[in-house]
Design a protein around this ligand. Structure first.
Ligand code: GDD
Ligand code: MN
Length: 392
């Protein structure tokens, strides 16, 4: 690659000229990068080199760079890319420590480059990199802000996905319409190219939750994005394995909730309350088992049901709401004990507030709702401060 421009240097006439010249020599000059291809990775060691070759072939003489954002993959992906960077000036790695997340990886990769056009592609070659040149042509024309790889327009496809995954993808697409301001056929796509200024307009509103960065960008942009869809066929993964697990669904829900209500209430509080509400079902089930099936006294059954519900609530919140700060081993147990204590105080607050309101002639149901709200907000605030306060 052409890294330096030959340029005449005048003979130094005094000390300060010599300083300038030294500064110039240390400055590698290169043509500006027009396109950055951001590649999020987690354990993609075997895919990176082949992907790079494919990108080189697809992008020809475009001035482009590959920015890999790796979340400290145990398989040593980052070190491998650093080796590649020593040989190829247009390869860079951004290694993040103690963090996970596809969306935030993409956001930070975009912020780490100065290129005018920003593309995102998976490392596993499931996306069709030959479409990048077309996307670039579309963006250069200035007619749209973003070119989106789509599996669901004519000429696109999902390869051989299992029927249930196709079905799930359909449902997720329908839910996406709740927060989308545009009629995208494939809002779940992880393959697209956007103009830097369009990205910058959205970036401070991004939620960064989960996997769906494209959806996030569309939902976060102040003005509706002008887009064009480019059909592609989703390929099968050859090396490594998918990171999409059951938690992805939950993360997707978190993103939608945050986009819908995040301006008013923290998304975690909503998720926490939903899990709390599901605790009522658990409570009734545990109570029925103890009272009717095991014939325990009302007091014993009620006590058992309360503890079962608190324990399941704690466990589910630990897995889902605070998945990034999950407590394990001994810390799981101390957290559970603290949760009992916090819920106990929450009950006192709930009863105290609702009773005080009722005594001041507030309607019984309004007093009850106020009591529950105080209890939930207390439980949420106290447990996020005292139990799930930091990464472990
Ligand atoms: N940095 C980082 N951190 N990268 C991650 C993480 C993470 O926590 N999790 C996954 N990745 C990287 C993977 O290494 C891969 O390069 C890419 O993100 C996609 O992950 P896959 O595990 O291969 O996801 P998928 O194939 O099931 O789903 C993909 O395709 C869907 C359809 O287009 C993703 O791109 C989805 O976002 C997309 O909806
Ligand atoms: Mn994949």
């Amino acid at each position: 690659m052409d890294m330096t421009d030959a340029r005449p240097t005048p003979a130094p006439s005094n000390a300060s000229d010599a300083d300038d010249r030294r500064a110039d020599q240390g400055r590698a000059r290169r043509r500006p990068v027009e396109l950055a291809v951001v590649v999020p990775t987690y354990n993609e060691r075997d895919n990176i080199q082949p992907l790079y070759e494919l990108l080189c072939a697809a992008l020809g003489d475009v001035q482009w760079e590959m920015v890999v954002v790796d979340d400290d993959s145990p398989d040593g992906t980052a070190a491998l890319i650093r080796d590649m960077s020593q040989k190829n000036a247009n390869v860079r790695v951004l290694q993040r420590l103690g963090r996970r997340g596809l969306s935030t990886a993409v956001i930070e990769g975009m912020l780490a480059t100065s290129a005018q056009y920003l593309a995102v592609i998976d490392a596993d070659m499931q996306h069709d990199e030959t479409k990048l040149a077309e996307m670039l042509r579309i963006l250069r024309s200035g007619e749209v802000d973003i070119a989106v790889g789509s599996r669901f327009v004519d000429g696109g496809g999902v390869g051989d996905w299992a029927a249930d995954r196709v079905q799930m993808s359909r449902i997720a697409t329908r839910v996406a319409k709740l927060v989308l301001k545009s009629d995208l056929s494939d809002p779940m796509s992880g393959f697209f190219m956007i103009r830097r200024d369009a990205f910058e307009e959205a970036m401070r509103n991004l939620s960064g939750e989960g996997y769906k960065i494209l959806l996030d960008i569309f939902a976060s942009s102040k003005t509706p994005l002008r887009f064009r869809e480019v059909p592609y066929r989703f390929r099968n993964r050859v090396h490594g394995e998918s990171k999409v697990d059951t938690l992805v669904l939950w993360e997707y829900l978190a993103l939608i909730v945050d986009k819908l209500f995040g301006k008013y209430v923290p998304a975690r509080l909503i998720l926490f309350s939903m899990i709390g509400a599901s605790g009522v079902v658990v409570h009734f089930a545990a109570f029925s088992l103890s009272f009717f099936a095991a014939s325990l006294s009302f007091l014993a059954a009620q006590t058992i049901a309360t503890f079962v519900a608190m324990t399941t609530n704690y466990t589910i919140n630990n897995i889902l709401t605070y998945r990034d700060k999950r407590r394990k081993g001994a810390s799981f147990v101390t957290g559970l004990l603290a949760f009992y204590l916090i819920c106990g105080i929450g009950v006192v607050g709930n009863v105290g507030v609702s009773n005080a309101l009722y005594n001041r002639d507030v309607k019984w149901w309004l007093a009850t709702i106020a009591g529950i709200a105080i209890g939930v907000i207390w439980n949420y605030s106290a447990s996020s401060i005292f139990i799930w306060d930091k990464k472990r």
